[in-house]
Design a protein around this ligand. Structure first.
Ligand SMILES: [Zn+2]
Ligand SMILES: [Zn+2]
Length: 389
């Protein structure tokens, strides 16, 4: 089959690789009909995530048709059309039974690596390094799905791939980011980063009762997309974000701040260059200029929600500001399984059509070029959907 493979930092290629096969009774094989490139895939391309190996198949946002099931899977049949959450979860451990699906204790065969770094291991993830399980990803013609009696969700035929594909990650991720803001009616929520997750966070914040959402980015077409959802906007290259947010919130600061940028934040300020030098010298692994600014801007007693991915260590986190303002910090990989049924109902009811975020559609062969287009935010690129067949 054809698959998008990581061959090294900034070296992504479409290769011919062996088809996946059933390895365990609870596996299923999905013929992938649609798959997307995620902002967090860019961290892999850019070499920010350790334990990648040449030849690893990328991709954790995919859906398709079941073409084979193991003997232990009774909930799915050949021909079922499914979406596959990006965290792999067993459905039976303490964490799965407490709706903490991305913390599953049984799905990462390489847990020891993650434990050395984090104390305890998160769940396995599709296509996201050997530290996260070494699972082949879904930017391919076929994918093996472990714990298939738990993970894949069937979708009704009247919804298109483009309407439901983002239930695999970015829609639940934006939704959980907004839910983590503890929004009370009328709250003002500031969102850093108007990429796909930021866009869903903005819409989810309004859905959960925010009175105003202020979206912060530098890319005009992304700010425009935020405006279409009813957000006010700031350009962080032109505006003094702190002073503007203060003025827009009666001097108080936003009730909640969402960092939808994560570890590769780019900024106009001195601390960006400080981070860049430190990460290049391996004294820190993640850049944190957005996180610092969000902590700085949040009102006293407010909430900081972090859906943006962090992988390792960050330097100069303004802990004093977070502490003395009494902030609540919430973060984490998304518990996709928890949110998926509810968000699928929102799509079915017509209240949201997630396909608004798609700017590029292409055959899988174009993936290497589109990774670059997406990373460099060229050609108005916000979200890429790939067709493997
Ligand atoms: Zn993703
Ligand atoms: Zn589990």
């Amino acid at each position: 089959m054809k698959a998008v493979c990581w061959e090294g930092t900034n070296d992504i290629r479409v290769e011919r690789v062996p088809d996946p096969a059933i390895l365990n009774p609870r596996d299923a094989i999905v013929r992938v009909t649609s798959t997307a490139i995620c902002g967090s895939d860019l961290h892999l391309m850019d070499g920010f995530i350790p334990t990648m190996k040449a030849g690893d198949i990328l991709g954790h946002e995919f859906m398709g048709e079941i073409v084979d099931v193991g003997t232990g899977v009774t909930t799915l049949q050949k021909g079922d059309r499914v979406i596959v959450p990006f965290p792999i979860a067993c459905g039976q451990c303490y964490f799965c039974t407490h709706d903490l699906w991305s913390c599953c204790d049984n799905s990462n065969p390489n847990a020891a690596i993650a434990e050395a770094l984090y104390g305890f291991s998160p769940s396995g993830l599709f296509g996201y390094s050997h530290m996260m399980g070494g699972y082949a990803g879904g930017q391919a013609q076929y994918a093996r799905v472990p714990f298939a009696d738990v993970g894949p969700f069937k979708v009704p035929d009247h919804l298109t791939d483009e309407q439901v594909l983002f239930l695999t990650d970015i829609f639940p991720t934006g939704y959980m980011a907004a839910e983590n803001c503890n929004i009370t009616p009328g709250d003002i929520v500031a969102v850093w980063g108007c990429g796909p997750v930021g866009q869903f966070a903005i819409r989810s914040a309004f859905h959960l009762g925010a009175g105003r959402v202020i979206a912060i980015d530098t890319v005009p077409e992304r700010l425009q997309m935020a405006t279409q959802a009813g957000a006010e906007t700031l350009d962080s290259m032109e505006d003094d974000v702190f002073e503007c947010l203060k003025a827009m919130t009666g001097g108080l600061g936003p009730d909640a701040c969402i960092d939808a940028v994560g570890m590769e934040a780019h900024g106009a300020h001195l601390d960006y260059w400080y981070d860049k030098v430190k990460t290049m010298a391996f004294m820190a692994t993640d850049r944190a200029s957005t996180l610092r600014q969000a902590i700085h801007c949040c009102r006293k007693g407010g909430t900081l929600s972090i859906p943006g991915v962090y992988g390792g260590f960050i330097d100069k986190v303004p802990m004093g500001a977070a502490f003395n303002k009494g902030l609540t910090l919430k973060m984490g990989q998304t518990h996709v399984h928890k949110y998926l049924p509810e968000l699928l109902r929102l799509i079915e009811s017509g209240r949201i059509d997630p396909s608004f975020v798609i700017t590029h559609r292409a055959p899988i062969e174009d993936a290497p070029q589109l990774y670059k287009t997406f990373r460099d935010k060229q050609d108005g690129c916000v979200k890429v959907v790939l067709k493997p067949h």
